[in-house]
Write a protein that binds this ligand. Structure first.
Ligand SMILES: Cc1cc2ncn([C@H]3O[C@H](COP(=O)(O)O)[C@@H](O)[C@H]3O)c2cc1C
Ligand SMILES: O=C(O)c1cccnc1
Length: 348
């Protein structure tokens, strides 16, 4: 089913700016929080926007490309880290704890057994993607199903109270898939978007670069210019199952009118796909942070987003997105300030 996203309305942006000019502060003095607040007014269609609990849907899957030695860690870390998320032991659990976010984990293709858990959503269609240097990541229908699983997970998080939504990622090898997908979508060279991921050494980096180049050549043979291709076909060629799910999480969030926050390189690859499918999504999207991964900046520029935080993170899991939730709440809350009239403060 095609997503339906209501465009952000210019009248609400204008009403928000007018109200903001009457609040007890010099115009512009809340800096970038002002534009964030204005956008939140337009999303919530009220001059007193409010954000409460947030949620992060950590999308997890394995990657066939990991067999090429492109990560500093072995594939089984994907499953082990999902266990860790469910036990509350990962960075995202601790950060979500202080930033008021619930952590959902969506398994769209993790190899191996996982325990049952209230916030684990299982939607495995296959155990990991294909090795994209040699074969498509998945079929088009598998890409569609993973995307729909992401949408369903986001809808559940929203039903259960999320007023801000982020996607997170877990999948050893996924910065290689994200690099191939980003280069394909944006028409960039592999060198411009391939970084160190979990921290590969020089030999690992060379293998990674070659893997991205091979994947791009293969996709080009299969589908012509990737930058002109249908985004779902490109996902099927170069993606990962969790990157498809991330696109679905964000699409469902925007359909529900909920503010969305992007994370690092793999999540923003999913955001690029989602915004190609549905350009109005961009109106609902904030960039939580700028990752150390070199290709992240190109992704953010393509989306026209300026990151809220620059903390030199390179973790994923949704950490950089969730860290910015308190800033979004604060930006919304500034609309509950007194006006000059209400407070009896003299205007300049
Ligand atoms: C312990 C551990 C926890 C993580 N949490 C997120 N990632 C991150 O690293 C992986 C991507 O990097 P690469 O492409 O180099 O494999 C993803 O799973 C991502 O979420 C982790 C990686 C590790 C090792
Ligand atoms: O940018 C990210 O989110 C990132 C970087 C390295 C590894 N995993 C994720």
């Amino acid at each position: 089913m095609r997503p339906r996203i209501q465009p952000i309305e210019e009248q609400w942006l204008e009403a928000a700016r007018q109200r903001q000019n009457r609040l007890t502060k010099p115009p512009g003095s809340l800096g970038r929080l002002e534009e964030v607040g204005v956008r939140l007014v337009a999303m919530q269609k009220t001059l007193k926007p409010r954000l409460d609990w947030g949620a992060v849907v950590v999308c997890a899957a394995d990657h066939g490309i990991a067999a090429e030695g492109v990560s500093a860690y072995p594939s089984e870390v994907t499953r082990q880290m999902v266990h860790n998320f469910l036990a509350g032991g990962a960075a995202i659990n601790q950060i979500a704890g202080v930033c008021q976010a619930k952590v959902y984990v969506l398994d769209v293709g993790v190899r191996g057994e996982l325990p049952e858990h209230e916030r684990l959503i299982t939607a495995k269609r296959r155990l990991g993607s294909g090795n994209i240097a040699l074969e498509p990541a998945m079929s088009r229908s598998e890409a569609e199903e993973a995307l729909e699983a992401g949408r369903a997970a986001a809808q559940r998080a929203i039903r259960e109270g999320a007023t801000i939504l982020a996607a997170g990622d877990m999948g050893i090898g996924n910065t290689t898939a994200a690099a191939a997908l980003t280069a394909g979508l944006l028409g960039l060279e592999a060198e411009a978007v391939t970084g160190r991921g979990t921290g590969v050494d020089a030999a690992g980096y060379r293998r990674k670069l070659e893997a991205v180049q091979a994947a791009l050549r293969r996709a080009q043979r299969a589908m012509g210019d990737p930058a002109q291709a249908d985004p779902l076909d490109l996902l099927a060629q170069l993606g990962g199952l969790e990157l498809a799910a991330i696109a679905g999480v964000l699409l469902a969030g925007a359909e529900a009118g909920v503010p969305l926050v992007s994370d690092g390189f793999p999540v923003t690859a999913g955001a690029l796909v989602a915004s190609r499918l549905e350009p109005h999504l961009r109106g609902y999207l904030f960039a939580g942070h700028r990752s150390v991964e070199p290709g992240h900046t190109a992704q953010l520029e393509a989306l026209g987003l300026r990151p809220l935080l620059e903390l030199e993170l390179r973790l994923g899991e949704g950490t950089g997105a969730v860290l910015s939730f308190p800033l979004l709440r604060a930006a919304a809350a500034t609309f509950s300030m007194a006006t000059f009239d209400e407070a009896g403060v003299s205007e300049g």
